[in-house]
Each structure stands twice: as structure tokens, then as C-alpha cells.
Design a protein around this ligand. Sequence first.
Ligand SMILES: Cc1cc2nc3c(=O)[nH]c(=O)nc-3n(C[C@H](O)[C@H](O)[C@H](O)COP(=O)(O)O)c2cc1C
Length: 323
Amino acid sequence: MMRLGNLQLRSNLVLAPMAGITDYPFRQLAREMGCGLTFTEMVSAEGLLRKGGSFLKIGKGEHPVSVQLFGSKPEVLAEAASIAETLGADAIDLNMGCPAKKVVKTGAGVDLMRFPEKVEGILIAMRKKVTCSLTVKIRSGWDGTQINAVEISRLAEGCGVDAITVHPRTKEQAFRGRADWNVIAMVKRAVRIPVIGNGDVNTPVLIQKMFEETGCDGVMIGRGALGNPWVFSPRLSEPPDKGTAISLEERKRMIHRHLSLIQNHYEERNLTPEIRKHLYWYTKGLPNCTVFHSKLSCLKGKEKLEQAFHSHFDSIQRREPCQ
Ligand SMILES: Cc1cc2nc3c(=O)[nH]c(=O)nc-3n(C[C@H](O)[C@H](O)[C@H](O)COP(=O)(O)O)c2cc1C
């Protein structure tokens, strides 16, 4: 199993950082399903310095968890990394992949990949401040003419980074097109530290394919885990004809558990949007989901959403059209 510096993982599958999604409830479920490491959504290093612990919620006993930081100033990122470690992070990840305008224009996210010297200063400063694992998440490069994932990975390794995640799309691509797994293979050949491949993986078959085609040490899953925490379960690597498919009852139980975690984690006023989006993902592809999804968008409050989910599942079980 993959080892990130001092951190030994129990599975080589990891949950991707996703803003607005990888909150405590989602990370908890992924871990329960067998996920080896979960990442928080990206956290502003400046914000963490200003607001401290209230800005970053790590659950009690939530291990292992990696806190992903974004920022562009070495001293700020190093201090934020130290705060996150004190708050319980088992690993700190530097975001070098976010293509959002508001992040890039501050010199953070994928913009860092254009300035290797700046990256070096940041990583040296962060490495000095934390003893936990330090990792980076990069893209292929800025655009098709500036693919420098290998250069940045070698540099990161030289600064004492413990692992590298590669999401092989450029900043220009954002989330469009297919991830170019060749870039993951190139990085893997170039460094000795573990390389985690990421991009367009949502089934056990694709997990296996990414391991085989790139030689990567771990696979990070983002969108493929939405409404599908089972993707981390070792059970799913068995063929579905061996009784490994997810039954409707299991799906129902998972949704229940997820909703109760959400209820414990969020204030009342935030429950509706949180529940709605997860119900949407859990029911995508099920019979009559279009009707159910348009119904969801009109409902407010945990009780109403829960009722709708129950009657939807009952109607599927009775094989009746959704009311
Ligand atoms: C809604 C959303 C939010 C994301 N937020 C982050 C983030 O905070 N930090 C980060 O490094 N990547 C972020 N990503 C990128 C994912 O971590 C991942 O690299 C990308 O989705 C490709 O992997 P996938 O095909 O498994 O989804 C986000 C992606 C999505 C869809």
C-alpha cells in the first residue's frame, strides 16, 4: 500500500479535493467505504491565518485526512500549513491545479505552475514548517504549449514533497476534453516518490486501467464518487454477477446515513441545498430520475426532501412511475 512520507495508507484509492463537496460527511462516508485518504476542499491559506480553527473543520477521529491549501505566498502558506497540522491534518496538500479566475489572478492554483522558482520557495518554506506529509496536486501545465508537469514534479521531489497527484489537463482545458493519462505515466517515470493519478475514473475497471496504463501508485477519484461512495469499496472490484452490485436497499441505507451526517454537520438554513445536491447524485441513472430531479428543485426542508426520496424509492421498488 502507498506510503506518503510517514503516512501509511490502507488503500491506494483516495478521494479528490472538491470545493463545496468534500465536507466532513462526504469524507466520512468515503473512508467508511475503504478510501485510503480523503482531502478537504481547497482552503485559503490567507483565510486560515485570519480566522484560524473556525475556518477549517476536521472531524473528531477523522484520520487520515489531508488539508489542501491554496495561496501564493511562501510565508503565508507555511504558517497555514503549520496551523492545519496543529488542527489534526495528517497531510498538507498544495493546490497547483485550480483554474478558477479568482484564484489564478492572485497567483495561486495552477498559476503557480508557470513560476517554478516561486513553487520552490513555497515548498521549501512549507517543508520546514510541518512534519506531517506534504504533497502537491498539479495539472499538465498552463496550456498545450507549456506542459511542464515533469519539471514541476522533479522540483517538488527535490523540495522534500512526499507525493504528487497529477490531474492531466491543462489550465486552458479546465475540465473539458479527456484527461491525458500519458502525462501521469511521464511523471511516474521521472520521480521516485509516489504518484497519484487522477482524471475520468469512476469504475473499478477504470481504476485498474489507470494503474496499468500509467504505473501510478494511487488513484484519486473526484466526480466518480458523487452519489457513489462505493467506488472506494474493495468489494466492487469483483464482477457484479458475484452479487457485488449495489442494491436499492443499500443505496437507501447510504442515503439515510449521509442525510443524518449532513444534519449533524450543517446549520438548518444550509440543509436544503446540501441534501438536494446529494439526492440528485444518488438517484442519477435510476428509473424516473428526471421527474424526481425536477421535483427536488421545488422542495425545501429536510422533511419534504426525505419524504420525496422515500416515495421515489418506494415507487421504484413497486416499479411504478414517480408521482
Ligand atoms: C465541483 C468540483 C470542485 C473541485 N474542487 C477542487 C479543489 O478544491 N481542489 C482541487 O485540487 N481540485 C478540485 N477539483 C478537481 C478535482 O479534484 C479533480 O482533479 C478533477 O475533478 C478530475 O478528477 P475526476 O475526473 O475524478 O473528477 C474540483 C472538481 C470539481 C468537479
